[in-house]
Design a protein around this ligand. Sequence first.
Ligand code: NAD
Length: 315
Amino acid sequence: MKVLANDGISQSGIKLLEENKVEVIVKKVADSQLADFINNNQIDALLVRSATKVRKELINKCPNLKMIGRGGVGLDNIDVQYAESKGIKVFNTPDASSSSVAELVFAHLFGGVRQLYHANRNMPLEGDSRFKELKKSYSKGMELRGKTLGVIGFGRIGREVAKIALGIGMKVIASDHEVGEAEIELEFYNHQSIKIPIKTEPVEDLIRHSDFITLHVPSQDEPVIGKEEIAQMKNGVGIINTARGGVIDEKALLDAIEDEKVWFAALDVYENEPTPEIRLLMNESISLSPHIGACTLEAQERIGIELARKILEYR
Ligand code: NAD
């Protein structure tokens, strides 16, 4: 059996496959040459992350392809239904990256409420008279403890976020179309744990009562947060999107930041990636990262192993 990992795969994933007599080719093949490469090399399974698009045209050109594996969660870069209609098994690795994405939410949050990025970049050298001035301008930080975090989308990542939030003393309000209640288990270093049940609430209530709002829903046809929703939020709210571009209306968000309705925002995902929106890139109230939610060493290892296990299971 032969696998092409077109967007890379961890060493542990390769090892597990090779130990089970699967040949792994790790190579970035250009979109225009991908079909020929798959056919000429008799590839059985194509592994991708978000970079490679697996559309109908490619699927039609590769009649012998048996599996498409997505390292990560979102399947929007793959024509899943069409692939399945052609008998191709499509799978992803939904569990591997949840804690990495959740931690990124808090990296943005902690950094944002203390304006750490700008404080870092603007630190003056010894003897520079701007030190006092700088101390004054970065002295309006805020604590997260005691604040209310609204979690929209209470699936895998939303619950990981809730776990961290509860651990640092935040109150959590959650909202989800399908989840009514979830039990959040806080595990401590000494193997003790406690379970905290959280009932979801209507999104309108979450929006009105949260100090910070974080989104963990899949890609949507319409934004979940737009102008009208922002208008209902508390003044000085903070908004974080590490889910998918488009679940927040970026223009409405920028307008609200400029009007000081929204005090702070953090984005890991964008309507267009990379974003052409200069207003967004230059705004000091927005903490930005280039879609790196799942990009930790630990998540990459887990993704590689989960992909390998699924190939071995389905072959
Ligand atoms: P999940 O399927 O476990 O949970 C999503 C939840 O959202 C579900 O419970 C669903 O019922 C709920 N939902 C859907 N639409 C909703 C709506 N309009 N309002 C309220 N709830 C709604 O998914 P997950 O693994 O938690 O992933 C969540 C998101 O994170 C996905 O968009 C995924 O693509 C994204 N993600 C981003 C990164 C990154 O690098 N930034 C990495 C992994 C996943």
